[in-house]
Design a binder for this molecule. Structure first.
Ligand code: TYD
Ligand code: MG
Length: 445
């Protein structure tokens, strides 16, 4: 700033004559304190590298989704519909952590105690948990900040971001502006004092826009919790992770004693599978987990002007691609058919390795020819109808073999080893379908 030494007038530009007192050559430069103490850029080579230390959440599957635990000073957002089980998961995670402050803006300490009693754990754990976790029921972020300052925890859990206010008593609670304000203050604390935060956020009916989506860019990890199609299970996956990949997922079962980890997701995804045309099994990969899931297709003659393509659990654009490839390289014609696709169990598979299973399901539904019940698929399809290699093919084959599948149809990559499963290597879509589809089903029903 340039200040007039006669009258104190301030300007960001140097002035010859003071516009206020009209004195000549009275301006002197003054460095503001904030600027004098401002941070300076450093060479990357001079910066002390972060320790990369990760704090375990106490639940192995959640750690895997996080990329190996909670990074020090990071912020994790868990978003989901009200009643999905976010508070339950957070309390269970808190019970496995060392120095943790659990802030609830929605429930009273008594209610949280009741919940903690429901959560299944052996008595020793329950006691240790009760003695270790600091509980704060507050809605004012100033109070939360004071407690963080006093307790200096490693992890602060805030349930939920929408219930905490930065300007109590002013305007409506949980406005987008206020939520952003609270998030900015959290980011400041997290980055300055290396405290990790886990925030829960409700996805409101009005849309994702009103909800926690607006702070996704400020946090390090965004996880979503969704219900399975049978309503009894919960799938946790991340859509953004600055410290890990976003393909990991964790499967839980909601029981009377809280969330229980489902150790083998494939078993659950394949339960209830029917031996009908349109149903095939994919050997898929979600981060570090290889799992089997059922891909289903239903094909009807359309009664709309434009045929419908409705897809759940797969990437819509990849399904469009597979449909185009089938039309171009096989005799299957779908331009006057509605195509409905679903992955049973509510899991989302967004990898090209599911292309082959998608094509087989559509071909099977369209020709009403079943795919053998003991056949699994893994393979990407190229625009020339060629079957392309996929990552971790060996593990995918092993997974199908361990579940008693008799054959697996895969790209010709030479990866086939001596195995108890018959590995059928195919070069193009026609070869794949002729190996996959069995005789037409007898019953027209
Ligand atoms: P909650 O964690 O409160 O959901 P959110 O915080 O996402 O709104 O979960 C509430 C639901 O979970 C409620 O319908 C009851 C059920 N639940 C159980 O089935 N078992 C349990 O042990 C607990 C604590 C909750
Ligand atoms: Mg809750």
């Amino acid at each position: 700033m340039f200040v007039c030494k006669e009258c104190g007038y301030k300007s960001i530009q140097k002035f010859g004559q003071c516009p206020y007192c009209a004195g000549w050559n009275t301006s002197v430069e003054e460095k503001s304190e904030a600027l004098a103490n401002s941070r300076k850029a450093e060479r990357i080579s001079d910066i002390k590298c972060g320790s990369g230390k990760r704090i375990t959440s106490g639940i192995a599957n959640v750690d895997a989704v996080l990329g190996g635990g909670i990074v020090e000073g990071s912020i994790v957002l868990i978003a989901g519909a009200p009643g999905i089980g976010k508070s339950t998961l957070l309390l269970q995670a808190a019970s496995g952590m060392e120095k943790v402050l659990y802030v609830s803006g929605e429930e009273s300490p008594g209610q949280i105690c009741m919940r903690s009693e429901r959560i299944k754990s052996d008595s020793e754990d329950a006691c240790a948990f009760a003695g270790r976790v600091q509980l704060l029921a507050a809605q004012n972020f100033d109070e939360v900040a004071c407690e963080i300052e006093r307790l200096k925890p490693d992890v602060v859990i805030i349930d939920s971001i929408q219930s905490i206010r930065s300007r109590p008593g002013q305007g409506l609670a949980a406005s987008v502006g206020e939520m952003k304000e609270v998030a900015v203050r959290i980011v400041e604390i997290a980055k300055n004092s290396n405290i990790s935060f886990i925030l829960s956020g409700h996805i409101t009916k009005e849309g994702i826009l009103q909800g926690p989506k607006v702070i996704e860019h400020m946090v390090d990890v965004v996880m979503y919790m969704e219900e399975s199609s049978d309503h009894a299970h919960r799938i946790l996956y991340s859509t953004k992770n600055r410290f890990g990949n976003t393909r990991e997922f964790a499967l839980f079962c909601m029981t009377v004693g809280g969330l229980e980890v489902v150790p083998d997701a494939s078993k659950y995804f394949l339960s209830g599978r029917c031996d009908i045309p349109g149903s095939v099994v994919v050997s898929a990969c979600g981060g570090s987990t290889v799992f089997l899931a059922e891909v289903q297709a239903l094909i009807n003659t359309t009664s709309f002007q434009y045929p419908r393509r409705q897809v759940t659990g797969l990437e819509l654009n990849r399904v469009y691609l597979v449909i185009a490839i089938l039309e171009r390289f096989t005799d299957i014609k779908l331009s006057s058919c509605d195509v409905y696709m679903n992955v049973a169990g509510g899991i989302k598979i967004n990898e090209p390795a599911a292309d082959l299973a998608t094509a087989a399901a559509i071909a099977s539904a369209s020709t009403k020819r079943k795919v053998g019940k003991d056949t699994a698929f893994a393979g990407e399809i190229g625009l020339g109808g060629e079957i392309r290699n996929v990552s971790r093919l060996g593990e995918r084959i092993d997974k199908a073999a361990s579940f008693g599948f008799g054959k697996i149809i895969v790209p010709a990559s030479g990866a086939a080893r001596k195995n108890k499963i018959k590995v059928i290597e195919v070069k193009n879509i026609r070869e794949a379908l002729s190996a996959a589809l069995v005789a037409p089903s007898q019953s027209p029903l």
